[in-house]
Design a binder for this molecule. Structure first.
Ligand code: FE2
Ligand code: FE2
Length: 262
């Protein structure tokens, strides 16, 4: 059977596949954590109230990175180097989406537009993260090894997405609607391509590790291309809408610790 559930079950059941999966996930989370930490440090004076929320956002992503590493450790596995073609966060940055690392490494304060760019990038990528975690939560919330980690990360990603909606709406009301719209659109269209490319690259690696047949790999690749075609046609629009979230100020307050998660 070919379903998201059976695919992920196969990955969970194989040490090498699980190791690659967790290493890629941990790498992306840690990079997100670093980026947000730098953005929080460089927030312009006019947006100072946002800094603790950006720090919290970064602290959550760092925590997710630690959770994935802890899952590996629990199974007696060492992380592996993330293959560049599977490095979603790095590929987005290279494509000029979000804020350039060069800018984040410098010590000059960001502009308001930079902050909006960060929020728009997060609006799009957190949507992806939420959907992926929702899928994992649907099938693996009760899994003895990964269930708790999946629930904690999923709840955090929901908060991140809510926060980006709320803050972008605030900037839109302050006269930035046009810039927000353009940035979101550009970001979403780039993200869906990179998501497709990374999915194909991860799948090719998993196919090798798990010894999938050529027919199975071809079917999966076709599924990824079909998903991209759908997202390019209409699906991307779900990533650029803004709606006031039910949960306001989702990142107000300190990060929730996750001691017993993994
Ligand atoms: Fe995360
Ligand atoms: Fe997140």
């Amino acid at each position: 059977m070919l379903s998201a559930r059976s695919l992920f079950q196969e990955i969970l059941d194989n040490d090498e596949a699980f190791r690659l999966f967790c290493s890629i996930a941990a790498g992306g989370e840690a990079q997100g954590g670093w980026e947000n930490g730098r953005i929080a440090a460089l927030v312009p004076a006019s947006e100072r109230e946002l800094a603790p929320k950006i720090s919290r956002h970064g602290a959550d992503e760092d925590k997710h990175g630690r959770i994935f590493n802890a899952l590996l450790k629990k199974r007696g596995l060492e992380p592996v180097a993330v293959p560049p073609e599977t490095d979603y966060t790095m590929l987005l940055e290279r494509r000029g989406i979000g804020l350039a690392h060069e800018k984040l490494k410098a010590d000059r304060p960001l502009t308001v537009r930079d902050v909006i760019t960060y929020l728009a990038h997060s609006r799009v990528t957190e949507q992806r993260a939420c959907e992926q975690m929702l899928m994992l939560r649907k099938y693996f919330a009760d899994h003895p090894d990964v269930g708790r980690a999946v629930l904690v990360i999923s709840r955090d990603e929901d908060n991140h997405l809510a926060y980006t909606h709320e803050e972008l709406l605030r900037f839109a009301a302050a006269g930035q609607a046009r810039f927000i719209h353009t940035t979101l659109r550009e970001c979403a269209l780039a993200e869906i391509r990179i998501h497709r490319d990374v999915s194909l690259a991860v799948m090719a690696r998993m196919a090798r590790i798990l010894g999938w047949s050529a027919a199975r790999s071809a079917l999966l690749a076709a599924g990824i291309h079909a998903m991209y075609a759908y997202e390019r046609l209409v699906g991307w629009r779900r990533m650029v809408t803004l709606e006031m979230p039910r949960r306001r100020n989702a990142l107000g307050g300190p990060a929730t610790p996750a001691p017993e998660v993994a």
